[in-house]
Design a protein around this ligand. Structure first.
Ligand code: SF4
Length: 317
């Protein structure tokens, strides 16, 4: 048994204690200096502290990629799975463990490429979990390959003359799926907005998809630099049912009241028009949730014995 497991078991009996951010951290994150993943990890630890989530009832599931190292750096339960397969693993966990707080961490290459079918259908199935998609527009772990969200023309090791095709828009895709219930976007360089968005996602009853614009200084340093330098390029979507952050830098003047129940408007706002929009695009808690639709009560021991006896009686001679 390693230290990680021991510490989880020792806290499992300590229901009354309160949790600080330090209680959730595990080990030293090995991302590059300046990588946005560090900021997202800190925001996630802050969320866990704000919500006082017991580590032994919190689960992080990831696929493959730089961001998918997340579970290693958190003192919760974790599953570092296969490329693109985090969502079905998390759905399986949700079906068996309705008591757990489940988070999924994926990269753009992970979610929008090999994991696309799972992304689409998990959105449609709408299981209760928070899916965080860190979008740095590149395959970073495998050292600079064009990803589905790489901007057209951006050179990489796989497409040295520049990406051939326009990028996929993760917001529009998710908003286009039947039964999508929560879609939001935030940036790793705005900690207050990041935490508030994750908190709104956590409180959503259903599948909460959060795209985080994530800096990768190693390979796509230029991707969000302009947006970070020019807060005027950002429009904040605000609403009492979405995210409203009062302590953002004053330079973020562009604010729009957007009712996240308005799917038509959400789809319009998600389309590229020169502005980067941050906030909750869509939220609807009246949609079917997979584990509730499929809920089958577990048989009692007496019922199991009766079923077993009935089956064995078929072979009686
Ligand atoms: Fe972060 Fe990019 Fe380094 Fe990966 S390659 S750890 S995404 S900076």
């Amino acid at each position: 048994m390693n230290d990680f497991t021991c510490s989880l078991l020792s806290c499992a009996t300590d229901d009354d204690r309160s949790w600080g951010m330090d209680d959730y951290g595990a080990g030293v994150a090995k991302w590059c200096p300046g990588c946005g993943d560090h900021a997202v990890l800190t925001a996630v630890e802050r969320l866990l502290e704000l919500e006082q989530l017991p580590p032994e009832r919190t689960m992080f599931v990831s696929g493959i990629g730089c961001s998918s190292r997340f579970p290693h750096y958190l003192r919760t339960y974790g599953f570092h799975g296969l490329h693109g397969r985090a969502l079905p693993v998390a759905t399986g966990i949700r079906l068996r463990r309705p008591d757990l707080h489940i988070f999924v961490v994926m990269g753009d290459g992970d979610c929008c490429s090999i994991g696309t079918a799972h992304w689409i259908h998990t959105t449609r199935y709408n299981p209760r979990m928070v899916a965080i998609m860190l979008d740095n527009g590149v395959y970073g772990l495998t050292k600079n390959q064009t990803s589905p969200t790489s901007p057209r023309g951006r050179a990489s090791n796989t497409q040295p003359r520049g990406a051939f095709m326009p990028p996929i828009n993760p917001l529009s895709v998710t908003l286009g799926v039947t039964n999508a219930s929560f879609v939001a976007q935030t940036g790793d360089w705005l900690p207050g907005h990041l935490v508030a968005t994750l908190q709104a996602a956590f409180h959503h009853h259903g599948f909460a998809f959060v795209r985080i614009l994530q800096r990768c200084p190693q390979y796509t340093d230029d991707l969000y630099k302009e947006v970070m330098r020019s807060p005027d390029a950002v429009e904040l979507l605000e609403h009492p049912d979405g995210v409203t952050v009062s302590d953002l830098p004053a330079a973020y003047r562009n604010r729009r009241t957007h009712d996240p129940r308005d799917l038509h408007q959400a789809r319009r706002l998600a389309e590229p028009d020169g502005k980067i929009r941050l906030g909750v695009f869509y939220r609807n808690e009246d949609l079917p949730v997979y584990e509730e639709v499929r809920a089958v009560p577990l048989p009692t021991t007496a019922e199991k014995v009766a079923l077993l006896n009935k089956e064995l009686d078929r072979y009686a001679v």
